[in-house]
Design a binder for this molecule. Structure first.
Ligand code: SAM
Length: 190
């Protein structure tokens, strides 16, 4: 397949806008793959704010960052992304990009998932701090019961963003079986 898969495409959307020195968000740290990718893109002078509600996820992310020797450019928190607005670093930041990898922690407790209400609250907070032409990337997994509810809520919300303010696009394989994940990207207009 020459087409980009969903996760590579999400990374392309991040890589296209993030430069050394930027401040970016990983709203669902999980096992830390995206946090590490973002830390590489922002370089030594940038900052990644990364969070997850689960201690296991925060620990796995911290270990991954230590191994790659990039922990110094990541502020890692065990907290819900809907609480980002309480962080002083977040309040004063111009955010270039954010990524949400929704759903549950791979190989973790499948009952602990992201939810529509908290995801939308976090998107709103980040959107306020987003730079012009900054992006919020959502990778939406909807094969589990809460995922379907969350998908509908997030799509309703993102579709409602005024087109004068933001471009909102979707990337999806429409002939795949079993509710494949898809990407929604919000890009703030100039
Ligand atoms: N991006 C991760 C990676 O690279 O490994 C995978 C993320 S995983 C699909 C989703 C994560 O979201 C889980 O680890 C879960 O604990 C976390 N999560 C659920 N609700 C959350 C919330 N309100 N705020 C932050 N993280 C949350």
């Amino acid at each position: 397949m020459k087409l980009q898969g969903i996760l590579p495409f999400a990374r392309t959307l991040l890589q296209e806008v993030i430069q050394a020195g930027d401040t970016v968000i990983d709203a669902t740290a999980g096992n830390g793959h995206d946090t590490l990718y973002l830390a590489t893109l922002v370089g030594e002078t940038g900052m990644v704010i990364s969070c997850d509600i689960q201690a296991d996820a925060v620990q796995a992310t911290a270990e991954r960052l230590d191994q790659a020797n990039v922990a110094d450019r990541v502020e890692l928190h065990q907290m819900g992304h809907e609480q980002l607005c309480h962080l002083s670093t977040f309040k004063s930041a111009a955010i270039k990009a954010a990524v949400f990898n929704l759903g549950y922690l791979p190989k973790g407790d499948k009952r602990i998932t992201t939810t529509g209400d908290t995801t939308i609250e976090a998107i709103k907070q980040i959107y306020c701090q987003l730079t012009n032409e900054g992006r919020i990337i959502l990778v939406i997994y909807h094969g589990h019961p809460e995922g379907k509810v969350e998908k509908d809520a997030v799509l309703d919300y993102t579709r409602s963003l005024p087109q004068e303010e933001a471009h909102v696009a979707m990337y999806q394989f429409i002939n795949q079986r079993n509710n494949p994940p898809f990407v929604v990207v919000i890009e703030k207009r100039k």
